[in-house]
Design a binder for this molecule. Structure first.
Ligand SMILES: [Cu+2]
Length: 150
């Protein structure tokens, strides 16, 4: 059934919120979509014109995700050891006020969180073959982790 397929796809990629939006659209369709306009946020999502985007610009939500963390106890982590080359969305959580997560590697990739601050960072990266490294700059001799891109 077409509607179920749509719900599954949105829920799988974007989480519960998108799933809820999809359900609203379907409910509206059942009541007569010609009369009931979908909520503004859903309308924006549906109405964004694909014609404006070059073919290479895939929607952000379709990018595979790599997660990284830096946290107390001098821990710096990446959720994967190896990935194929390509475009990724890297989501990094810096949970401390005295460490950072500084990610560098081929293709002049050079992204960092702040040492004296916390935060959630999202970087869209084009990873090339080679070894990428995340370090905490003040403690780089022992706070480091690598990611192999093949
Ligand atoms: Cu540190």
């Amino acid at each position: 059934m077409l509607q179920n397929t749509s719900v599954t796809r949105l829920t799988g990629t974007k989480g519960a919120l998108a799933g809820r939006a999809a359900l609203v659209i379907i409910a509206a369709a059942g009541l007569g979509a010609a009369v009931l306009a979908p909520p503004a946020s859903a309308a924006n999502r549906v109405a964004s014109s694909p014609g404006d985007l070059p073919p290479s610009a895939s929607p952000d939500r379709s990018l595979p995700v790599i997660k990284g963390w830096v946290r107390g106890g001098y821990r710096i982590e990446i959720d994967k050891e190896q990935v194929p080359a390509g475009r990724y969305k890297m989501i990094v959580r810096d949970r401390t006020n005295h460490h950072n997560f500084h990610f560098t590697g081929p293709g002049r990739v050079d992204e960092t969180t702040t040492v004296y601050g916390k935060g959630r960072y999202v970087w869209r990266l084009d990873l090339k073959r080679g070894v990428y490294t995340a370090v905490c700059d003040p403690h780089s001799s022992f706070m480091h982790v690598s990611l192999d891109v093949t």
